[in-house]
Design a protein around this ligand. Structure first.
Ligand code: SOE
Length: 387
């Protein structure tokens, strides 16, 4: 297959992560086609050129629409704030480009539905869309899904998913786009709660049907942003209103009979990027923590009583998902590898003419869960069915 040429829109933190994914995937995996990092698009010409030179993109542009007019762009990768996802993704799919879009899929259910409809129409023409829930592609998480699917845990009854960060504990941390509803859609709920929902559903193979939740905004006003860097940036003298949640807490019921508790917060002092998920079944349990991401704790209740206990499985064997292509046994991988796995899986799906996962339809369903949590929180935590 001829090389797939990628045009990526966005030059922030996720731009760096996706660039790493595109650059490295073809070097470690035998892909059915090569990948060319063709065009990087950003709003500021100078910063975009600097980012392109650093990350390895051949050309730059300040106009995302120009990507869609080119015949030599096959994949459009969207790593911009949520308020732009729908417009760019729908236009790209209509222009015949495959699309990879960062999570959460959109800022509202309506936008996500339009995106899923556009993706369904495009798929009929062999043009595919995928949403970037990369943590599914951390080998220990993929392995967790494989274990549950194999029946090793028996009937799944309980899920606990906590995504804990603390980068907003400082009340003077500046107001970035991630704290503005019109740009991000929601706060911790959509930014990291969406990961918790996706991974819980992916690992268990069950979908949430109803939720009861609450949201909290601890710091309601922050200094405006003078200059951004990474997640945060430099504060200016002026202040602005935080219009999203700092924390989301909810419980839910799954269609396969399991029940779950979820917490997503940027105020968990001391926890930097601790994404923990525990699944308990009739025959066993498992526990994953992103801060120890090469490990899956596995409990086998069918083992002899005197040998029962959580076993620390180092998920670095060639038999484990994705690991045969990396380093010898016991040599760890990190956060950025999920983005290479995502690029690899997308290229393989496109080459095979198959729908990559998670699809925009999956992204829409997660948006419906986020919306149900938001509505539940607005109605005194009433149980709210997922549409
Ligand atoms: C910020 O909270 C963030 O970068 C999220 O936006 C990412 O999706 C998550 O992977 C890490 O934290």
């Amino acid at each position: 297959m001829p090389a797939l040429r990628v045009g990526m829109i966005g030059i922030g933190f996720m731009g760096a992560a996706h660039s790493q994914g595109w650059r490295v995937a073809p070097k470690f995996f035998d892909l059915p086609s090569d990948v060319e990092m063709a065009v990087l698009v950003g709003r500021d010409a100078g910063r975009t050129e600097a980012a392109a030179a650093k990350w390895g993109w051949s050309e730059t542009s300040t106009d995302w629409r120009s990507l869609l007019e080119r015949d030599d762009i096959d994949i459009v990768d969207i790593v911009t704030p949520g308020d732009t996802h729908a417009e760019i993704a729908i236009a790209a799919l209509e222009a015949g480009k495959h699309v990879l879009c960062e999570k959460p899929l959109a800022n509202t259910v309506e936008e996500a539905r339009q995106m899923a409809d556009a993706a369904a129409r495009a798929a009929e023409r062999g043009v595919y869309a995928m949403v970037g829930f990369t943590y599914r592609r951390v080998p220990a998480a993929t392995f967790a899904r494989d274990l549950v699917a194999s029946g090793a845990l028996g009937e799944i009854r309980q899920v606990r998913a906590n995504y804990l960060q603390d980068w907003l504990v400082d009340a003077d941390a500046p107001l970035t786009w991630r704290m503005k509803k019109e740009l991000a859609g929601s706060g911790a709920l959509g930014d990291i709660g969406a990961h918790a929902i996706d991974l819980a559903q992916y690992i268990t193979g069950q979908r949430l049907t109803t939720v009861s939740g609450m949201l909290e905004t601890f710091v309601k006003e922050r200094p405006l942003l003078a200059e951004s860097s990474g997640l945060s940036g430099t504060a200016s003298e002026e202040r602005g209103e935080v219009t999203v949640d700092d924390l989301a807490l909810f419980t839910g019921r799954f269609d396969g009979g399991a029940v779950g508790s979820f917490e997503a917060t940027r105020f968990s002092t001391g926890r930097k990027n601790a994404f923990r998920i525990e699944v308990a079944g009739s025959d066993g349990a498992l526990s994953f923590d992103l801060e120890d991401m090469n490990v899956l704790q596995v409990y086998d209740r069918t083992a002899p009583a005197d040998r029962q206990g959580f076993t620390r499985v180092l998920v670095t064997e060639p038999e484990h998902p994705y690991m045969a292509n990396w380093w010898p046994t016991g040599h760890m991988i990190g956060y950025e590898h999920g983005f290479s796995h995502q690029a690899k899986d997308l290229v393989e799906a496109i080459a095979a003419g198959e729908q990559p996962t998670p699809s925009f339809a999956d992204g829409l369903q997660i948006q419906q869960v986020l919306d149900a949590v938001d509505r539940s929180a607005g109605s005194g935590s009433a149980w709210t069915p997922i549409a």
